[in-house]
Ligand binder design. Sequence first.
Ligand code: GDD
Ligand code: MN
Length: 392
Amino acid sequence: MGALEVAVTGPLLIVPGDHSDALDLSLVLPTYNEVQNINVVIEQLVASLDSVSNLSYEIIVVDDDSPDRTWEKAQELSERFTQVRVVRRQGERGLSTAVLRGWQQARGQIFGVMDSDRQHPAETSCALWTAMTKGSDLAVASRHIKGGGVSHWSIGRRMISRCAQGIGIMVLPEVLIKVRDPMSGYFMIRRSSLEGRELRPLGYKLLVEVLGRGAMGKITEVPYIFRERSGDASKISIVVCWQYLRHLLRLRIDLLKSSQFVRFCMVGASGTLIDTTMLYLLSDPHTLNWGLTRSKIVAAELALTNNFIWNDLWTFGRFAAGQNSFRERFRRFLRFNLICSVGIMFNLILLNIGFNYFHMNRYIANLGAILLVTLWNYNVNRRLSWRTAAKK
Ligand code: GDD
Ligand code: MN
């Protein structure tokens, strides 16, 4: 009998590494009190995956120390099916993290997950696999495309499912629109799409996390019909719904924090503060009373230097990694200045028009000008100053 494996602890990170003994596929079956189902699920899954020629795979059952001893049953099955491994997890619970703990122990180049309560048809795994072999980075079994569906859901259940998706789209539009069925718990993903990334899911919806933090190019959906559950009901509870909401918010905040555009805007805000303060100190009639254009040039150059430092270390830090000698930084600084000098020129023109022709307040005119120039600066700098660093 295969030994029970102990779950990995620590961060939920897929560590990049040497996988010279790699298999094609590692499919995780998360289980909690599935002693009635695990047998059939594994038999059907093995039959399906064996029908794919030349596929080397493993099935990893990750059980959260179920009171009905599902892990024991799974261990018995691993005697019959040597490709089955069993992780008995103690001290940690939850569907999404169980799957990730399984993947952390996986040897496959492609990861998969499927429910183990017979609601997901095992045959669909072949279609998912085919999609992966055709170059997808992520293949999702979907209820909401042609050929897919739910068997006999009540209106209420359908509404809850759609509601969850609707809330998700409001909080994380750019993530949820990537697929038609982001609530699916049945999918395959390339190991390389997750390597080196720490995932922080909460509750049931691992796919949302993967869509938000993974690096995927091609995504494919494959239809399936979500079956009725035989025996007792879904383990979804009010706690799971609450976890879903918290998960959405956490992901939203994390994605904003790591968004280059948001960082660029925050740096820009600090630069704007410096620019405005300097403009006041130099040009205001109550202070030095220098000419507007002269003051603005000094103010802008100071703000620009501030922005460059933060962008180089933080906003585009990942691009520039490994090219941080003084010479390389200085070259980037010159290029940045060159690009921004065009921006400063626009800025000066707009400021002068606002102040001299429209008699606007100088600070308001200046803020308006900065806002307009920022978009231009972001795009051009990303492409020219740091993109070249990223390429090398
Ligand atoms: N290890 C572990 N730990 N497994 C769990 C846990 C847990 O805390 N909670 C649930 N599972 C297992 C169940 O045993 C089952 O195999 C699978 O995860 C799905 O749980 P259900 O409780 O049956 O979920 P559901 O039927 O409401 O919803 C499922 O279907 C959706 C539609 O495709 C979920 O899998 C969703 O993720 C899925 O998208
Ligand atoms: Mn279920």
